[in-house]
Design a protein around this ligand. Structure first.
Ligand SMILES: *[C@@H]1O[C@H](CO)[C@@H](O)[C@H](O)[C@H]1NC(C)=O
Ligand SMILES: *[C@@H]1O[C@H](CO)[C@@H](O)[C@H](O)[C@H]1NC(C)=O
Length: 236
């Protein structure tokens, strides 16, 4: 049997837990959030209508790729994207350049070429095989007006093999698409893990050699093409 005292303690505890739950929504509404970034405020807004109130100027709905420090608009650089589930990139692949083997952890990319020529390679995922039963690699050659798709998480790389720059636009199926640099990330593992991953074919000092040789900029210049075009190697 529960004593009267025990029952009143249980009721008291129940009240303590129930009161804040009822009071919480009101407190949330009253709390001002100036310390949060606009993107953060937009993310916690109760409704889309509230988001429009936070984006009160018409200019809040314009992203100027010609005057921005980043070649992509994500929900951090362009807060109006919050709630849309999308982001966008406009950029130029310089002559004889290659975008590192990379992936986007949260987004499928639709990559459209607007000028020039770009060769792409994409590795979809384990189990997607070619006619010989080997890992399938999807190669495309894009010219103006052509588009390819890089599904979320797929490894991909883009090469501009010509002497002129290639302009592209790319749409992403997430507001914060993110980047994974495959080689850099692999070689950030411990030496033991790398040696095991590559079937002990690489060990000791060689691991450091490979690690140090991986370029750190996202776009690398392709030597042969530079010679063909009579251009100097430069880092961008
Ligand atoms: C470029 O952006 C800066 C900072 O947002 C702004 O002050 C400037 O007016 C912009 N310039 C043009 C040409 O839009
Ligand atoms: C490529 O983009 C640059 C920078 O926006 C622009 O100046 C140039 O005219 C574009 N080239 C073509 C062929 O569209």
């Amino acid at each position: 049997m529960l004593s009267g005292t025990t029952i009143s303690s249980i009721i008291a505890v129940a009240l303590v837990f129930s009161l804040p739950t009822k009071a919480a929504p009101r407190q949330m509404m009253r709390r001002s959030t100036p310390e949060l970034s606009l993107t953060a405020q937009l993310q916690i807004a109760d409704t889309a209508i509230d988001r429009y109130k936070l984006l009160s100027k018409d200019e809040d709905f314009v992203y100027d790729f010609t005057n921005s420090t980043t070649p992509f608009a994500n929900r951090e650089t362009f807060p109006a994207l919050v709630g849309s589930g999308t982001s966008f990139s406009v950029g130029q692949l310089p002559a004889c350049s290659m975008v590192y083997l990379h992936l986007h952890p949260r987004a499928t990319e639709l990559f459209v070429l607007n000028s020039g020529r770009v060769l792409t390679q994409m590795v979809p995922e384990a189990g997607v095989l070619d006619s010989e039963g080997k890992q399938r690699v999807i190669n495309t050659e894009l010219g103006p007006g052509k588009m390819t798709i890089f599904p979320a998480g797929s490894f991909h790389t883009q090469v501009n093999p010509d002497c002129e720059p290639a302009n592209f636009t790319a749409a992403f199926s997430a507001e914060d698409f993110g980047f994974g640099l495959v080689a850099q990330e692999t070689f950030s593992l411990s030496d033991d893990a790398i040696a095991a991953t590559f079937g002990q074919s690489i060990a000791g000092e060689d691991i450091d050699k490979v690690r140090d040789a991986i370029p750190t900029d996202a776009v690398i210049k392709v030597e042969q093409c530079l010679t063909k075009c009579g251009k100097q190697k430069r880092h961008i």
